[in-house]
Write a protein that binds this ligand. Structure first.
Ligand code: PNS
Length: 165
């Protein structure tokens, strides 16, 4: 039986740290669903459809990700574990950068386990990405900074194309 893992996140936008985690998840699990989830606690920069589009392009352009094994989807109604139940996934994969992430993620791990028996596996991206977050990328980009070291090429091109002249 194949093991399906879901990598959830806001991906607003996807960063090199996210891609690193997706790549590692694809080496472990038979099938990986990267899921763009609406996070009501955050003010989004990109519409969900654009986040899905940029994730798909970034995965397609990454030679280290076998894209036939990784699918991108979105989920904006209901619980994250409802998606897991729908597709038969028993595992969530999250990236951890620091102790702050551990504190933020722990209650969600326990809630998702309690709601539906879905377990969470944490993967550490390369330390070179440990200071990279979507929120800092949004901030740097909105203030006119260069974010090309922190995001996949597709995202850097997209942000350039939307920069006011
Ligand atoms: O990239 P983010 O913003 O850190 O991702 C957070 C996300 C989307 C994974 C988190 O907000 C989440 O799990 N949302 C789903 C809502 C849900 O099911 N909540 C109840 C159980 S914790």
């Amino acid at each position: 039986m194949s093991t399906i893992a879901v990598v959830p996140g806001s991906f607003d936008p996807v960063t090199l740290g996210h891609l690193d985690v997706i790549r590692r998840a694809a080496l472990i699990f038979d099938e990986v669903h990267v899921l763009v989830v609406h996070n009501p606690g955050k003010n989004a920069m990109l519409p969900i459809s654009e986040r899905v589009n940029l994730l798909q392009k970034s995965i397609d352009e990454d030679p280290l990700i076998a894209s036939q094994q990784v699918t991108v989807a979105s989920w904006s109604v209901g619980l994250l574990v409802d998606y897991c139940t729908e597709v038969g996934a028993k595992v969530l994969v999250k990236g951890l950068r620091s102790q702050i992430d551990v504190a933020y993620e722990t209650p969600m791990v326990l809630m998702n386990r309690s709601l539906a028996g879905v377990e969470t596996v944490f993967l550490l991206p390369e330390p070179a990405h440990s200071h990279v977050s979507s929120s800092l990328v949004r901030q740097v980009a909105s203030l006119g900074g260069d974010v090309s070291d922190y995001v996949p090429t597709a995202v850097a091109k997209y942000l350039d194309s939307t920069r006011p002249a």
